[in-house]
Write a protein that binds this ligand. Sequence first.
Ligand SMILES: NC(=O)c1ccc[n+]([C@@H]2O[C@H](COP(=O)([O-])OP(=O)(O)OC[C@H]3O[C@@H](n4cnc5c(N)ncnc54)[C@H](O)[C@@H]3O)[C@@H](O)[C@H]2O)c1
Length: 365
Amino acid sequence: MKIGIPKEIKSEEGRVALLPVHVAELIDDGHSVTVETGAGILSGATDADYTAVGARIAPGSASVFGTCELIVKVKEPQEAEYGLMQPHHILLTNIHAAADRPLTDQLLKIGLSAISAENTHRYGSPNCPLAGEVGAFEGVRMCLSPHGGSGRHFMPHFGAPALKAVVLGLGAVGNGALRTLMRLGCSVTGLDINAGSRKRARLEWAGSDFSAGDIAALPGLLADTDLFVNCVLWPKHRNDHLISRAMLAQMKSTAVIADISCDEGGAVETTRATTWSDPVYVEDGIRHFCVDNIPGAVPATASAGYGAALLPHIKSIARHGVIATCRQDDWLARGLTCINGELILEEAGIVQKRPFTPVAELLSD
Ligand SMILES: NC(=O)c1ccc[n+]([C@@H]2O[C@H](COP(=O)([O-])OP(=O)(O)OC[C@H]3O[C@@H](n4cnc5c(N)ncnc54)[C@H](O)[C@@H]3O)[C@@H](O)[C@H]2O)c1
């Protein structure tokens, strides 16, 4: 199969879908791989590194989309890429279709096969721990006084307490945030509705300045917290919030919200997604950091994990096609978003109130 890797064009996105080490395996399997010039440069892979393993270098994205069938990317297609997608394409990338009606409209109109990579990770997304680790790090930086923060150091000093952080949601992202905050020496409260998640975090950070509680404890923590890190996986159909606009008035004026989940109008009512080139905004006096591609800031690391996670799926699709692979691999099937103009992804159907064909029904034919 002809596999294409375009250069990511989202703001400040330096990741690439596959590094040369991954491309080499596909070429060994008998496939051809075309990489857009410069696609790997911010991840530490030059055009020469790709040609050394047998890839072809294309001068631009039009050439990649125009000559390849299986298109592998990192971020959701940007508007400039809409016109490049064709009905015969198989697109494997992070799509987040439920939250993006215009993109869903495009994918259905074009009629290509699209798979949401973010739903296909049997062992958890390799990007989530990175997002937590880097997002929390950025949050700590914003607590420094010159950046408008409370000026509390991230570790205790001569009896002065360390920076106080609250982490909401103790899953893959939340645990990444804890690793950064705990290792720096912060004083952290982790909140989660799930007793198992709280227990795991307590065990991991026993002996450190860490406590875990139910999310119901949040209102009591608003007044003396320097940094809120939101890592809750928020159901897209929910209309309520964990941190409402009214709650911002109860926070210190120097507090910062690092919303790593960054669902617009989700767990944090006042969140809107930002980019690394303009990452922070102030709403009701509170700084919000809501970059929606945090791992894009550590591309040399993030691309290694992303490529490794997708490679087995790519090999299987390239060998057996989308439908046969989904029948064999229920994790890939979870990502099936649309095919031939038919919406398959249940979450997008429910959130956007549009008809969809459940994946089990599609695969049973
Ligand atoms: N900004 C970025 O670059 C970036 C990158 C990766 C992931 N994310 C986002 O981070 C979010 C978290 O991902 P994850 O992989 O950690 O999910 P996860 O499922 O592993 O963890 C979510 C945690 O939230 C908890 N939770 C759910 N509802 C809750 C509630 N009402 N109150 C408190 N806790 C609750 C769950 O029990 C779970 O422990 C997702 O929305 C994901 O899209 C963002």
